[in-house]
Design a binder for this molecule. Structure first.
Ligand code: FES
Length: 128
């Protein structure tokens, strides 16, 4: 055991830890800060990339009216997801672009930015 002292959320904490104990485990299990994620270590989709994906999706839909899958893949190339492929994400963005265009809401998205968050819930398969 090693003594660990740190400042956590403004409070000084000192406790004994095993050298192999990860900070994530320490935060989650001992401090009950369960919002701390272990990333892709568990092979489930962790969601680490989701905020970046949503921000990029919003940006794509602000700049392009009806991006096709190839364009979306190219635009997402700077976003890294270590858990899974990008098919579902690309499909969702393409579908959102089509839906927004069909509903004539692209202008509204550009102005508000709020509606784009709904793309995360678009499960539809897009036929290109
Ligand atoms: S879901 Fe884990 S990095 Fe994308």
């Amino acid at each position: 055991m090693k003594s660990l002292t740190l400042k956590l959320n403004g409070a000084k904490i000192t406790c004994d830890v095993e050298p192999r104990e990860t900070l994530a485990d320490f935060l989650r299990e001992r401090c009950r800060l369960t919002a701390t994620h272990l990333g892709c270590e568990h092979g489930v989709q962790c969601g680490f990339c989701t905020p970046g994906m949503l921000m990029m999706a919003r940006d794509i839909l602000l700049r392009m009216h009806h991006p096709d899958a190839e364009t979306v893949r190219s635009q997402l190339s700077g976003q890294i997801c270590r858990c899974t492929g990008y098919s579902g994400i690309v499909t969702a963005i393409v579908a959102a672009g089509r839906e927004l265009g069909r509903a004539g809401q692209a202008k509204g998205v550009r102005e508000s930015g709020i509606q784009v968050t709904a793309i995360a819930a678009v499960p539809a398969k897009v036929d290109d």
